[in-house]
Design a protein around this ligand. Structure first.
Ligand code: FAD
Length: 498
């Protein structure tokens, strides 16, 4: 009898793990679609992240604000959601149950894992190496920055790009393993275009910021938690990323190298190594007087050694799968993400995943690729909820349109940046050609063409071309007769294809 009551209670019971964008969007969507079903949102972080003011910039491009909220706000808006603040430490998939750190057990009918990812550090356990993921890690970073004279940043993705531009008042050595900066997003030409901004003085910060700021104070009792949600677009706006020097940018880029080893001050002093000065500074820091200036030294694979105050490791993320792996035969991808199919379902029954924790393992549309980004976390969370609901109701569901075309709008080095489709010729081999238009300091436009059709675009600056190019990509219009005229600044391309 007790068993059947339990089985009854289980019917339609949804559990979502993770209070980031993916988890919150998933829980909201489930709660709205099934108002009489219980939705548990279990999260390690004290605050959840909700999407507000969703704006459809074009068919595929979207922008939104992010609000950090207490769980009670979500419960107020959706009375069938219960937010539980406690990390999940165990999953018993056979029993359809998750267990939290406090020992509370939650049975589920359908479960969605949205526990995000954490920074992949170049070394773990070194007090001079930090990763940036959540508000706690940013607070630590800010604290160290106050007295810093030199910071070494390792990595070439979005976070490194933003940091290098935003950091002021200290020397920055930027070590990247590629030939050009930002190669996750840019080709060498675009990198060259952006580098000018690093040499220029930064414009004054805008007086207001349209996005919600992230709190940098942990709520009482949660200091030092290592499982917060990832920050996201504009995370640095409103945060003071200034060291004590009275200048803005001072960046030295070391290309095609990685970190060979990290030496503490004492280790460096014992070895007969020469540390190089920052470009433009005369002194060579050998293991004599000035060498002891730096608390930590980094030897790069290009043979150069630099001292610095601390190192930021911005070398990607590792999906947070550990608590869920033990005892469960998940199909996990090489990047550590749990594989999901075109219904966001994992290899285990009734378990779905969305956001940074998962690896999209369906055959994607020719114009889409997964990137662990804020927009995709929202889209996946929303679509996972739809798929969970469809399965519960035993209804068919089609893949959402947002997975047709990769589309992302962001800001780098104070420029608007729009990425569409195969903007970097991803997976196209030599089977493509590029059309370029660049006006220094103003705009950089790159089109990726294949067989006379547009398959990708990178737009830097206020080009106003996104909607037209998005349509041309989506419609796969034959453009072979236009050739380079597509980017002729004297032709109003918008009118042309209206
Ligand atoms: P997260 O936001 O990481 O949320 C994971 C949630 O799971 C958290 O609430 C966490 O507390 C919880 N959790 C973890 N483990 C457990 C557990 N065991 N039990 C219960 N709960 C758990 N993207 C962009 O699109 N544009 C940008 O400009 C951009 N900039 C970024 C800058 C920084 C510094 C960082 C770190 C990321 C940036 N991103 C950006 C990436 C973007 O933030 C992520 O892709 C997105 O937030 C992922 O959302 P998520 O919900 O999957 O994961």
């Amino acid at each position: 009898m007790a068993e059947s009551r339990e089985a009854e209670a289980m019917k339609g019971r949804f559990v979502v793990v993770g209070g980031g964008i993916a988890g919150v969007t998933c829980a909201e969507q489930l709660a709205a679609q099934f108002p009489s079903h219980k939705v548990y949102l279990i999260t390690a972080s004290p605050l959840i992240k909700a999407v507000t003011n969703l704006r459809q910039v074009s068919r595929a491009l979207e922008e939104f604000d992010v609000e950090e909220q207490g769980g009670s706000e979500l419960e107020r808006l959706y009375p069938n959601i219960s937010v539980v603040q406690s990390p999940v430490t165990e999953l018993r998939s056979q029993e359809q149950k998750v267990i939290t750190e406090e020992g509370a057990e939650f049975l589920y009918n359908k479960l969605c894992l949205c526990a995000g990812a954490r920074p992949k550090l170049i070394v773990g356990g070194n007090p001079y190496v930090l990763g940036i993921r959540d508000t706690d890690s940013v607070r630590d970073f800010q604290r160290r920055l106050t007295d810093a004279r030199r910071v070494l940043i390792v990595g070439n993705g979005g976070i490194a790009l933003e940091l290098v531009y935003e950091l002021e008042g200290c020397q920055v050595i930027w070590a990247i393993k590629d030939k050009a900066i930002g190669n996750t997003f840019f080709d060498a030409g675009a990198a060259e275009f952006l580098i000018d901004q690093l040499k220029a003085e930064k414009p004054l910060a805008p007086p207001t910021c349209k996005r919600t700021k992230y709190t940098t104070e942990s709520p009482p009792g949660r200091e030092g938690s290592s499982m917060g949600s990832a920050l996201g677009p504009d995370w640095h706006e409103g945060l003071d990323l200034k060291a004590k020097g009275a200048y803005s940018h001072r960046v030295q880029i070391e290309t095609q190298c990685e970190v060979e080893r990290i030496l503490l001050q004492e280790e460096f002093a014992q070895l007969n190594i020469t540390a190089l000065p920052f470009q433009g500074e005369e002194t060579v820091e050998s293991d004599s007087a000035s060498s002891s200036d730096w608390p930590v030294y980094v030897q790069l694979t290009n043979g150069k050694t630099y001292g610095c105050d601390f190192i930021v490791s911005a070398t990607g993320v590792v999906p947070n799968m550990e608590p869920f792996i033990r005892g469960n035969q998940f199909d996990v991808a090489e990047d550590g993400g749990v594989r999901v199919n075109d219904h966001m379902a994992t290899s285990l029954p009734n378990i779905y995943a969305a956001g940074d924790i998962c690896t999209a393992s369906w055959t994607p549309s020719a114009l889409w690729q997964q990137m662990r980004l804020w927009t995709q976390a929202r889209q996946m969370g929303w679509y996972a909820a739809k798929c969970m609901g469809a399965e519960l109701l035993q209804q068919p569901i089609e893949m959402d349109f947002c997975f047709e075309l990769f589309a992302h709008v962001t800001k780098f080095f104070n420029y608007k940046v729009i990425l569409l489709g195969k903007y970097n010729g991803q997976g196209l081999g030599r089977e493509h050609e590029l059309l370029l238009r660049c006006t220094r300091g103003h705009e950089y436009v790159k089109l990726v063409m294949q067989g006379g059709r547009m398959v990708g675009a990178l737009l830097i600056g206020d080009t106003d071309l996104e909607e037209t190019f998005e349509n041309l990509i989506l419609n796969q219009t034959d453009l072979s007769s236009y050739g380079e005229r597509l980017l002729d600044p004297n032709i109003d391309i918008e009118d042309y294809f209206d």
